[in-house]
Design a protein around this ligand. Structure first.
Ligand code: SAM
Length: 282
């Protein structure tokens, strides 16, 4: 079945009384060149197992199923229950679990289905919840080697910015803590049905075996980073102190110990410097 053909998509969906739900980020891929490239990236280092979030009608799932031994998809929309067995009928290595990926126990799913196998994640993520899904997958320390995901271009640029650049934000630091991110390619809005209002990019996050820097308290570090980048035009002292947890004097001393000026902004610091200032505050 040609799942990128708008005629086929309309036929399959209307037969099942399905209409697109914007609130679930339902923009389905119709550009045939995108899914094979995403699947190649997900199954390129001997990965045998792939988790896909949000299969939709299964256009990316089919490309994953051709390359991996096992594919487990997590789909929130129960209306796709009768659709997926039809569109993926030719594959016997795909399992679809219906539920909210933010609520399911993904560690348990991996343990039960994929024990011992190399697992990657591949998804055309729903836009309304992109960063929470990426952070949930990284923070849970799942045995995952990489994430190949489609996100809004603006989010991709932020996530894959160089830490210590004007484009960097709290999410850049958080993602770089757990992984090495890169933009693979851009995808125009016309590649989707219905077309969204923005262009997209496919990014790949290669998960690090160990975090990129050592911090005394992970949760505290991410709170510190969020407040440091929270008010971008302010100096780090002003933005972090206004969050209330640390005093200006304490932050000034930590900056001085790290050899940094008290007028520095968060976007000028490297991962190592951010970690050093935070550890100095403890
Ligand atoms: N993979 C398909 C494609 O590329 O054409 C569909 C991608 S569409 C951008 C996002 C998919 O994620 C939809 O199928 C939507 O129903 C599903 N979805 C939205 N929120 C979800 C959640 N919290 N958990 C699991 N799936 C979700």
């Amino acid at each position: 079945m040609q799942l990128t053909d708008p005629k086929v998509i309309k036929e399959v969906l209307s037969k099942n009384g399905f209409s697109f739900k914007k609130s679930l980020g339902q923009n389905f891929l119709i550009n045939p060149s995108v899914c094979p490239k995403m699947a190649e990236s997900a199954v390129c280092n001997g990965e045998e197992a792939v988790i896909e979030i949000g299969p939709g009608i299964g256009v990316l799932t089919a490309e994953l199923a051709k390359r991996a031994k096992n594919v487990v998809c997590i789909e929130i929309d129960e209306r796709l229950r009768p659709v997926l067995p039809e569109t993926l009928a030719e594959f016997n290595n795909v399992e679809v679990i219906f539920g909210d990926c933010m609520k399911l126990d993904i560690a348990k799913i991996i343990e039960e289905r994929f024990k011992g196998k190399k697992v990657s994640v591949c998804a055309n993520l729903p836009y309304y919840i992109t960063s929470p899904i990426i952070m949930m997958l990284l923070e849970s320390r799942l045995p995952i080697t990489s994430l190949t995901v489609m996100v809004q271009k603006e989010a991709a640029d932020r996530i894959c910015a160089k830490v210590s650049s004007r484009e960097a934000g709290a999410v850049t630091v958080a993602v770089n803590y757990y992984s090495s991110p890169e933009v693979l390619f851009n995808v125009s809005r016309g590649s989707f049905m219905p077309p969204p209002n923005v262009d997209s990019s496919v990014i790949r996050l290669a998960v690090r075996p160990e975090p990129s820097v050592k911090v005394d308290d992970e949760k505290g570090f991410f709170n510190f980073v969020r407040s440091a980048f929270g008010q971008r035009r302010k100096t780090l002292i002003n933005s972090v102190s206004s969050a209330g947890k640390w005093t200006k004097d304490g932050i000034r001393a930590a900056l001085e110990d790290a050899g940094l000026s008290e007028t520095v902004r968060a976007e000028a610091l490297t991962m190592e410097q951010l970690a050093e200032v935070f550890n100095g505050l403890q």
